[in-house]
Design a protein around this ligand. Structure first.
Ligand SMILES: C[S@@+](CC[C@H](N)C(=O)[O-])C[C@H]1O[C@@H](n2cnc3c(N)ncnc32)[C@H](O)[C@@H]1O
Length: 264
């Protein structure tokens, strides 16, 4: 039974204008780190993998090519973007709510979720359930964003906008940007071993793709930021104008990537 998902009513819903492009940009920015981790963990031809909250599906397709003798299940609450491309023979696309729907115990070599669990209530519980899907020796890779302190930014208007976007997501869909740094401890509590973490800091003002991603995030958030009284249109415009200034460079978010293994 599917839930009534808050995420799909929010500013990041697939139906929002621009969300498909925002996810494409997220993939372009984040896939290299994800793939480096998978290569280090030794993802192999026969692995069975779950890509949860697969979004537009680039990682599911990468895994499908990497695991020709295995099986990839790409899941999402809304599989519309996943259905845009032909589904390879070793991939299943499934509508699946990670808060409720399960996979058989001990069935997967790899479970991956990026920018998903920070949007979910009780991510620790979801992690515990995911750990149960793993074969002995199987890996979970979880990636979620967190932020550096706004007070440390030399650009207070830009920092205020980032802060307001975090508050908006927290209020409207329960997003918790403190989750990312709790992942390693949660993995250890869940009984996973060989836990590790790496981060990628997003830098605005020097990279076209990064700036395009943030412009799209701000465009999607603008009506709700104004409606909720978190920011005025003038404040948002002043913050976004930094991206047009060739002298501007600052950090946006930090993507935290963690991995842990079910003991053999
Ligand atoms: C920010 S996007 C990230 C997409 C993709 N993982 C990536 O990093 O490119 C989050 C995705 O999780 C999906 N999602 C949100 N809540 C979910 C849930 N309860 N179960 C499954 N998917 C969910 C959304 O529909 C969306 O596609």
């Amino acid at each position: 039974m599917m839930s009534a998902p808050v995420y799909q009513d929010g500013v990041l819903a697939h139906a929002r204008g621009g969300e498909r492009e925002r996810l494409r940009l997220l993939e372009e920015l984040s896939d290299p780190t994800t793939i480096t981790i998978f290569e280090r963990l030794g993802v192999a031809a026969g692995w069975r993998c779950v890509e949860a909250g697969a979004g537009a599906g680039s990682i599911a397709h990468w895994l499908s090519a990497r695991c020709p003798d295995g099986r990839v299940t790409a899941t999402d609450l809304d599989v519309a973007f996943l259905s845009e491309r032909p589904t390879p023979a070793n991939m299943t696309v499934a509508r699946h709510d990670v808060m409720r729907d399960d996979f058989p115990a001990g069935s997967q070599n790899l479970v991956h979720a990026r920018a998903l669990l920070s949007h979910i209530p009780d991510p620790e519980h979801v992690l515990d359930r995911m750990a149960g899907w793993l074969v002995p020796g199987g890996w979970i890779v979880l990636e979620d964003p967190t932020y550096l302190p706004a007070a440390a930014s030399p650009y207070p208007k830009f920092a205020e906008l980032l802060e307001a976007c975090q508050q908006l997501l927290a209020r409207t869909q329960g997003t918790d940007h403190t989750w990312a740094r709790r992942i390693p401890a949660a993995m250890a509590r869940s009984g996973l071993t060989d836990v590790g973490m790496t981060v990628r800091v997003a830098v605005c003002g020097t990279d076209e793709t990064e700036d395009a991603f943030w412009r799209q995030c701000f465009t999607q958030a603008t009506p709700a930021l104004i409606d909720t009284g978190l920011m005025t249109a003038e404040q948002i415009a002043a913050a976004v104008a930094h991206l047009d200034d060739p002298a501007f460079t600052d950090t946006a978010w930090v993507m935290v990537s963690c991995w842990g293994r079910r003991p053999s």
